[in-house]
Design a protein around this ligand. Sequence first.
Ligand code: GTP
Ligand code: MG
Length: 291
Amino acid sequence: MFHVLLLILGVMVLSINWYPGHMVKARKEIKENIKLVDVVVILLDARAPFSCRNMDLEKMVQGKKVVMVLNKMDLVLPAARKEYIELLRQEGYPAVSVDSVSGKGTKGALQAIVYAFKGKAEEMQKKGRRLRPIRVMVVGVPNVGKSTFLNCLVGKKMAKTGAKPGVTKGKQWFRVREDLEFMDTPGLMWPKIEKEEQGFRLALLDIIGENAYDYYDVALYLIRVLKEKSPQVLRDRFQLQDLDEEEVKILEEISKKRGYFLRRGEPDLAKTCKMLVQEFRKGNLGRISLD
Ligand SMILES: Nc1nc2c(ncn2[C@@H]2O[C@H](COP(=O)(O)OP(=O)(O)OP(=O)(O)O)[C@@H](O)[C@H]2O)c(=O)[nH]1
Ligand SMILES: [Mg+2]
């Protein structure tokens, strides 16, 4: 009875809350600066672009020209990437994909941004107004690569970047080209993630702070994804044979195969969970899309 109650309570509290202090200021800063910009780039993680759409942000930028940029395209299979882009285009957004580490796709992203402003630029010209650089604001949830994308466009490391959410704490302007100015912004979350699956995806992608979730739950979710989408990874990388087992059993097996044991000989599940999530984040488990 007690266990059933715990389970019910557990299911009820699985929504994730993560809204660190700097985001309150960041949200205000973004809101105040929207009127200064011509185009908004919403940067999304190509592995789960729909899970990292922040509807609060999208509402804030309503009325602006928006370009959707799927970053980290090196971590997803081309077919999934194409499908996501097609879906965003069906919604009426210009959408492109980039790899901000190698620079692949950035030329196309700049073209899409300039094109989004074309109508307004022509209007300004007709009115005899002096053409000024296009002002672009880059927004998105934390850790999707906004600062890396901008460093890549500028061609040198101007903004601080890092493999954890919440690196950028305030806005910063960059001149990318004669005709293009960009504003980097801190990653913005929404106060409460209601959908459990979405929470797991955001946790896997390192978009929410690690104090807001349990690695155990996220690793079990990852095993479920691998069983469904990439069973060969479980077979080849972790030498598992029986994939019909439950996720918890598979986790134990992986611990044993890796030689992760506690002092009394039990499998060290905590260490295994962290290892699995980190391997996914580094792209070591192959190109896996989550949405
Ligand atoms: N594989 C891959 N990694 C990337 C790419 N772009 C960024 N990263 C990595 O993603 C991590 C986060 O990058 P940041 O540029 O700091 O992300 P951000 O969106 O500015 O994060 P916040 O400032 O915290 O909101 C870093 O470890 C980057 O190296 C990409 O296109 N491919
Ligand atoms: Mg940043």
